[in-house]
Design a protein around this ligand. Structure first.
Ligand code: SAH
Length: 435
C-alpha cells in the first residue's frame, strides 16, 4: 500500500480539490500520511496565479527532495495549476519532480503514482467535461465545508492564468449539489461555501446562481451559505433580491475590483467600468445594510500611470472595503498580457502596493473598531487556542469572533456582545442563544 502526503497551496478551490484528490487516492488503495517522513509519495497541490507562488513551490520541492536521498524510491508530484501551467518544463526546472498532474487529471492519479515508480509521469490534459462527478470529497470533520459548484473560467482577463490552467467554465447540476449539501448537513455541517472562479455566473442550463442559493437555503440544518468569488457584473438584480430575502445567505461578498481606473480595467479585459462596479456595490449595500464587502486589487498593471493609480486609491477610500487582498502585477505566460511590454517598473509597483495596503489597513481597523459594542450572531466553529473554555466562530459578515462560553458547542448559533477588537479578531461576551 502506498502512503501519500499531500500539501496544499493557493486558493480555497485548491483546498477543496485536495479533498477530492484525497478521496480519489483512498479509493485507489492509497493511505494518507501525516508527515512527509511517513510517505512513499509527496504531492503538492499548487497555484500559478503569481510567479512568487511558483517560486515557492520550486523551493519546497528542493527541500522535500532530502527525503529522496534517504529513501530514493520516494515520489514527488506537483498537482494543480502550476503543474498545468508549466507542464513538462516543470520536470526540466526541477529534476526531483516525478509527477506533473493538472486540475483535470486527478481521476488518473493512482495510475500516475504507479507509473512514477518507473518513469516521469505527466498528465496535463484539460477536459471541459470533468466535474469529478460521482466522487465525494474527503473532508476533515467540522461545521464548515466547501462545495465546488463550478470549475474553470470563461472570463479571460488579460492578466490571469486561471482560464489557461483550469480550462473552460463548467457547472455541476443543481440536483447533484443539493444531494451533496444534504449529505454534508446530515454529517453536521452548518455552513457551506460555494466555490467557483466566477461563481455568480453559475448555470446548469436550467438554474442560475440565485436559484441555486435559494434551493440550498431550504436545507433546514444548513444555517449559513457563503460563496466566492462572484464576478462583479454577474450580480443581477434577481441575485441581489434572492440574497436579501434569505437570511441564511452570508452578509459578505468578495467582489474583486482589480483597479478603479477604467483605462486599466479595459486593458485587463474586465467587463465593467468603475461606475458599473460601484453600482453593484451600492445595490448590495442598499439591499442588505451593514453587508461586508472585500476585494482583490492589483498594483501596477498595464496602463496604470500615477493618475490611474490615484483613482484606485480614491476609490478604496470611498468604498471602504472590510478587507482586501492586494498584489503586485505578476506577468504570467499563457495570458494575453504576457506579450505586452510591462509599463510599470518593479520599484513603482512595490511603492503603490504599500500605499494601497496602508490605506486599506487603516479602513479595516476602523471597520473592526466600529463593531465594538454591537451584538453579533456567531456560528461557533470550534475551540479557540486563546484560552481554556473559549470558542471561535464567524459572524455572517465573515468577522472572526472569540468568546468564552461553557455551554455553546461547535455548530451552535449564538449572540455575542462584542467588547473588543484586536487585529483581525473580535473579542466577545456571550449575550444569549440565537432564536
Ligand atoms: N476568478 C477569480 C480570480 C482568481 S485569482 C476572480 O475573478 O475573482 C485571485 C486574485 O489574484 C485575482 O482576483 C487578482 O486580484 C489576483 N491575480 C490574478 N492574476 C494575477 C497576476 N497575474 N498578478 C497579480 N495578481 C493576480
Amino acid at each position: 500500500m502506498m502512503h501519500v502526503y499531500l500539501e496544499t497551496y493557493g486558493c480555497q478551490m485548491n483546498v477543496a480539490d485536495s479533498e477530492l484528490v484525497t478521496a480519489i487516492l483512498k479509493s485507489g488503495g492509497c493511505e494518507m500520511a501525516e508527515t512527509p517522513e511517513l510517505a512513499d509519495a509527496i504531492l503538492l497541490n499548487t497555484c500559478a496565479v503569481r510567479e512568487h507562488a511558483e517560486e515557492r513551490i520550486i523551493g519546497r520541492v528542493g527541500e522535500l527532495a532530502q527525503h529522496k536521498y534517504e529513501r530514493p524510491q520516494v515520489i514527488i508530484g506537483v498537482l494543480g495549476c502550476m503543474a498545468q501551467h508549466l507542464g513538462e518544463d516543470l520536470i526540466k526546472r526541477s529534476r526531483f519532480v516525478d509527477i506533473v498532474a493538472g486540475p483535470d487529471s486527478y481521476r488518473r492519479l493512482p495510475g500516475l503514482l504507479e507509473r512514477a515508480r518507473a518513469e516521469k509521469a505527466l498528465d496535463v490534459r484539460l477536459d471541459r467535461r470533468e466535474t469529478y462527478d460521482g466522487i465525494t470529497p474527503e473532508r476533515a470533520d467540522g461545521v464548515t465545508a466547501w462545495l465546488t459548484v463550478q470549475r474553470g473560467c470563461d472570463k479571460c482577463c488579460t492578466f490571469c492564468v486561471v482560464p489557461a490552467v483550469r480550462g473552460r467554465e463548467r457547472c455541476i447540476p443543481l440536483a447533484d449539489l443539493v444531494l451533496r449539501a444534504e449529505k454534508l448537513a446530515a454529517e453536521g455541517v452548518r455552513e457551506i461555501t460555494l466555490l467557483g472562479q466566477t461563481v455568480s455566473s453559475y448555470t446548469d442550463g436550467e438554474h442560475d446562481f440565485a436559484a441555486l442559493l435559494l434551493e440550498l437555503a431550504r436545507i433546514p440544518e444548513l444555517l449559513r451559505i457563503r460563496f466566492t468569488s462572484p464576478y462583479p457584473t454577474d450580480f443581477s438584480p434577481k441575485l441581489i433580491e434572492a440574497m436579501a430575502k434569505c437570511e441564511k445567505i452570508a452578509r459578505h461578498v468578495h467582489l474583486p475590483l482589480q483597479s478603479a481606473s477604467d483605462a486599466v480595467l479595459k486593458k485587463a479585459r474586465r467587463r465593467y467600468t468603475i461606475a458599473d462596479y460601484d453600482a453593484v456595490l451600492q445595490a448590495l449595500r442598499a439591499a442588505m445594510p451593514g453587508m461586508a464587502v472585500s476585494t482583490d486589487i492589483i498594483a501596477g498593471f498595464h496602463g496604470e500611470g500615477e493618475n490611474e493609480f490615484q483613482e484606485t486609491c480614491d476609490y478604496i477610500r470611498k468604498a471602504r472595503f472590510d478587507f482586501a487582498f492586494m498584489f503586485k502585477y505578476s506577468r504570467r505566460s499563457r495570458t494575453a498580457a504576457w506579450r505586452w511590454q510591462e509599463t510599470v517598473d518593479e520599484e513603482t509597483k512595490s511603492r503603490r502596493l504599500k500605499t494601497i495596503i496602508d490605506i486599506q489597513e487603516q479602513i479595516s481597523r476602523e471597520v473592526q473598531q466600529a463593531c465594538v459594542g454591537q451584538t453579533a450572531r456567531v456560528l461557533v466553529e470550534g475551540v479557540s487556542k486563546r484560552e481554556d473554555g473559549w470558542l471561535f466562530g464567524k459572524t455572517s459578515e465573515f468577522r472572526q469572533v472569540v468568546f468564552e462560553d461553557p455551554a455553546a458547542r461547535p455548530g451552535d448559533m449564538v449572540d455575542v456582545k462584542v467588547v473588543g477588537a484586536t487585529g483581525h479578531t473580535l473579542i466577545g461576551e456571550r449575550a444569549g442563544a440565537a432564536k
